[in-house]
Design a protein around this ligand. Structure first.
Ligand SMILES: Cc1ncc(C[n+]2csc(CCOP(=O)(O)OP(=O)(O)O)c2C)c(N)n1
Ligand SMILES: [Mg+2]
Length: 551
């Protein structure tokens, strides 16, 4: 431990204050792996009302905390200096790119130890190397080295995470954990207000456009979820009767069974009926949209700005006019209060495939049939979590019953998200049972976090799509570098000491495995589905076909 440091401040201890603020903001779990530079803070955590969740690897902690934040509003990772911190840098990048408010806490050598720049273990170049890396990956960062400002800094950084829905970084030198900080005045509400005149103007222009339109449509995206505006969206849809589509990142911001719901819009990757409706609209209201390549069906989307209203936390544009200083939340709430024409409900064909699934005994399972079957397997308390690859593309066509029951890293797309995310989701909301969809390649990266599920008594159902390789890449350019050595995945429960494993090759075997996974609720189930290495989902097939048409 570092040398003792005494402060004359009379406020709470710095470490304790951080814990109390996190608790007050709704956090109950902290994901991570300890190390000597953070052991003092782990001790404080252990004595607190927050539960430490040990993962196998820091990356697992990062993804779990990201998913926890998406469900609960704030997630926390706590790791040791550099060896831990730099391992979660990728998860911080994902949380930044996909707008997830995660607090990354790292221990560090004590301030006194850092004097004269000694070569202490875990140091990379300078003592602030890790902080500099995280400055690039977060919206706010701080080192709690000064008791005069430490408590205020904690508040500043946590506010930034909540305001921007993006990650932040807090470094806590080990000789500052129990040092008292200077108490400060904390303003009750730091919410940014919109400029009232600009807000009024923008709403007036939007309402004229919406009321004049013959075929308006709402496209709901990820920020509706991150800013907790699902209810406002629902009210807007029900008040105006305007049909609504979601993007893949925004999938499930509105219950997919809602009568005004069109389906997932994803350019050429989505269903043709949805695509036509959205692209033919004379007033496209895009709410919280992230114009990413995957969201836009690898740029096959045809969205005309001259007919669009685009509101996000970063900007508001109506046709070619840009409005400064209008908050996304205020704009959406403003629309709710405005005089919007109520329309006659449009008749929409329900998202397919809702046709009943009939098992063909002995028939080899395909991805298409797997997703068709999973459609009716989902229940009201399932959360679907998709990893990168065909697990994500195939899930596009799944019918998600309720709000916020679909999670995926559909933009940053780092493989290995789904299994650790299931841990974060279920700890954030124990009523939910995660259904993880993961490729064999991604599973080999973080699948061992199933041991964490055992330790914390979680029971995800993991569907492992085993096509013996990086299937998505095979369709772009193939070579032996896309091969993945197959494991006896279904035997993993024997190694881990708990869980149920199933190897599935035919439709009746799948049926049996799903039935047993459903009744086995005490532990996780791992269902390895053995697929043809060139099999692909209908969504991936649609994309390839539509792209070919455009060549
Ligand atoms: C961490 C990481 N490394 C590499 C990639 C590039 N990549 C995108 S999809 C893919 C293949 C995924 O394989 P698998 O998980 O088996 O899913 P499949 O495509 O076979 O359905 C790879 C390697 C990535 N997205 N993330
Ligand atoms: Mg694969």
């Amino acid at each position: 431990m570092g040398k003792q440091f005494t402060s004359h401040a009379t406020g709470p201890q710095i470490g304790q204050y951080l814990i109390d603020r996190l608790y007050a903001l709704g956090v109950r779990h902290v994901f991570g792996i300890p190390g000597d530079y953070v052991l003092g803070f782990y001790e404080a955590l252990q004595k607190s009302r927050l539960q430490i969740v040990n993962t196998c690897d820091e990356q697992g902690a990062g993804f779990a905390a990201d998913a926890y934040a998406r469900v609960r509003g704030l997630g926390v990772v706590c790791v040791t200096y550099c060896v831990g911190g730099l391992k979660v840098a990728n998860a911080a990048a994902e949380a930044y790119a996909e707008k997830s408010p995660v607090v990354f806490i790292s221990g560090a050598p004590g301030v006194a130890e850092q004097e004269k720049n000694p070569l202490l273990h875990h140091k990379v170049r300078d003592f602030d190397t890790q902080k500099k890396v995280f400055e690039q990956l977060t919206v706010a960062s701080t080192v709690l080295d000064d008791p005069q400002t430490a408590l205020q800094e904690i508040d500043r950084v946590l506010e930034a995470a909540l305001r921007h829905k993006r990650p932040v970084y807090i470094e806590l030198p080990r000789d500052r954990v129990t040092v008292r900080g200077v108490a400060h005045h904390r303003p009750a509400n730091l919410r940014q207000a919109s400029d009232p005149i600009t807000l009024r103007e923008s709403l007036a222009e939007a309402v004229i456009l919406m009321n004049r339109a013959k075929k308006p449509v709402i496209l709901a995206d990820v920020e509706v979820h991150r800013f907790g505006l699902q209810k406002e969206l629902l009210n807007l849809v029900e008040k105006s009767n305007i049909p609504v589509a979601a993007t893949i990142m925004g999938k499930s911001v509105i219950a997919e069974g809602h009568p005004n719901y069109l389906g997932v819009y994803e350019g050429a990757m989505g269903r043709e009926a949805v695509r036509r409706y959205v692209e033919e609209s004379d007033c496209l209201i895009m709410l919280g949209a992230f114009m990413t390549d995957i969201n836009l069906g690898i740029f096959t989307a045809r969205l005309d700005p001259s007919r669009s209203i685009t509101s996000t936390s970063e900007k508001l544009t109506i046709r070619y006019h840009t409005f400064e200083g209008v908050q996304f939340t205020d704009f959406l709430r403003g629309l709710l209060k405005a005089k919007l024409r109520r329309r006659i409900k449009v008749k929409i064909s329900p998202p397919e495939p809702l046709a009943p699934f009939h098992v063909l005994p002995g028939k080899k399972i395909t991805i298409k049939r797997l997703f068709h079957r999973l459609n009716s397997f989902l229940s009201k308390n399932t959360v679907v979590i998709s990893d990168v690859g065909d697990a994500l593309f195939g899930a596009m066509d799944l019918f998600i019953h309720e709000q916020t029951e679909f999670l995926g890293a559909a933009y940053y797309a780092s493989m290995g998200f789904a299994v650790p995310a299931a841990i974060g989701v279920q700890l954030a909301d124990p009523k939910r049972r995660p259904l993880v969809l993961v490729g064999d390649g991604a599973f080999q990266m973080t699948g061992m976090e199933l041991t964490t599920a055992i330790r914390y008594r979680l029971n995800p159902i993991v569907i492992l799509l085993n096509n013996r390789g990086y299937g998505t890449e095979r369709h772009i350019q193939d070579g032996p570098y896309n091969d993945v050595t197959s494991w006896n995945y279904h035997l993993l429960p024997d190694v881990l000491g708990a869980g149920r494993g199933f190897a599935v090759e035919t439709e009746d075997q799948l049926e049996d495995a799903l039935r047993r996974a459903n009744t086995e609720t005490a532990t996780f189930s791992l269902i390895e589905v053995r697929l043809d290495s060139l099999d692909r989902s209908p969504a991936l097939h649609r994309l390839a076909r539509n792209l070919a048409k455009r060549l």
